[in-house]
Design a protein around this ligand. Sequence first.
Ligand code: NAD
Length: 495
Amino acid sequence: MAELEKLQMYIDGARVDAAGGEAFESLNPFTGKAWATVPRGGPEDAERAVAAAKKAFTSGDWPAMTPTARGHLLRKLGDLIAENAERLAKIEVQDNGKLMAEMGMQLQYTPQWFYYFAGLADKIEGAVLPIDKPDMFTYTRHEPLGVITMITPWNSPILLLTWKLAPALAAGNTVVLKPSEFTSASSLAFADLMEQAGFPKGVFNVVTGYGAEIGETLVTHDDVAKIAFTGGGQSGAHVYEKAAAGLKKVSLELGGKSPNIVFADCNIDNAVKGAISGIFAATGQTCIAGSRLLVEESIHNEFVDKIVDFAKTARMGDPMSMDTQVGPVTTMPQYEKILGYLDVAREDGAECVLGGAKADRPECGDGWFVEPTIYTGVNNQMRIAQEEVFGPVLSIIPFRDDEEAIEIANDVVYGLASGVWTSSIERAIEIPKRINAGTVWVNTYRAVSYMAPFGGYKRSGLGRESGQDAIYEYMQTKTVWISTASDVPDPFVLK
Ligand code: NAD
């Protein structure tokens, strides 16, 4: 048996094991076998990492650096990511089962976040206020918050880290990252690039381990100013509650059950491709999955035939192969959860028109694969329509008219993303106004950019990532009052 690679945490610029010396195995979802060991960090490791980040925030080179100089470092980091894209992609594919075809492109695009926020770092301007008092010079400054705890899920470790890290560093904060216990490898490899780019020691730290064992110390620690969390709703709510005790700032990027609405007047072939990309890309393991496909009744049957025919052609197999279109599920518990939802859909009376089982294909080997699955006859009250499956499972729900489409689209606790397929200019403008979601795509799906704010309505989260909004999530405003008066007026009245 091949020897397992031994991964180490990254604290204060040094590679370290967990203080308790324990580690757990990281599995390759395509083979189902362990390929590396990951330190099982605990409170002592969290303490060390926060102390390092606090020291880096308050003393040394980092706080002395101008925003322009921070921008230079971020640009260098972006270049290093592009140069190391293939190496990082291979690590991610092995650890996470993401497709090489997607990771290659994603990692060539990831640097753009660092370039964008590098540029923004020295453009965050305060204001001189035309204050309504004589003899007073009053201005605002935007300052960093301090030590930021970042907690990420397993489905897209580098990209989701990037969305937090680029604005947080541009703003001048320092960071302790805890990636998912299932997919820590790429974030640990990322730390090497931070060092090569020249970030001072302690500005970026990566600790590994389980949420309950190390995550909570990072959430509740007195020296942590903010928690930036991406993950499931239940853990998000728990983190929010814990952070509330310390009155910490929190941003949450949580789950979704996004409606992809197909009107009869759309270009059907384009809408089929949009629906496919919404649910089968990344094996459906995305928070923005268009898992509820709302189809206007008059084209329902034609649409179902077309999407089933298209989905049947999806090539499954080794995620390292550039031909593969649907890879394995990333974790064994997630695999079991998806299979459980297939039972739920059956019990609820949904009609399975494609898949509906684990994939039993030779090209899938011992991996955790689920057949691309499509249900029709779904009504929006079924669990399969209300709960996030986070897998390649699509529920098709018919609707009569615009009113019913909007009603069904919004009748869910989530509000992360949505799609609209139409050739009507009125619908393209009016329907997005009425959908309760942070993102609405019209005649496209699954588009993201460093320039475009991203985040959830309702239980899909708090705060925004990407775009200019994002940097203010990592800053606070200070107002400075300077009196130019020669004497101090009556001290017993408000000035
Ligand atoms: P998860 O909530 O199980 O875990 C996310 C992270 O939180 C992990 O690092 C985990 O260790 C940590 N964690 C868990 N409990 C914790 C605790 N008590 N204290 C501190 N940390 C804790 O989620 P997951 O299964 O890894 O990811 C899938 C979920 O993430 C899905 O619901 C998906 O929709 C969501 N997601 C959201 C977005 C978005 O941007 N909105 C993006 C990707 C994924």
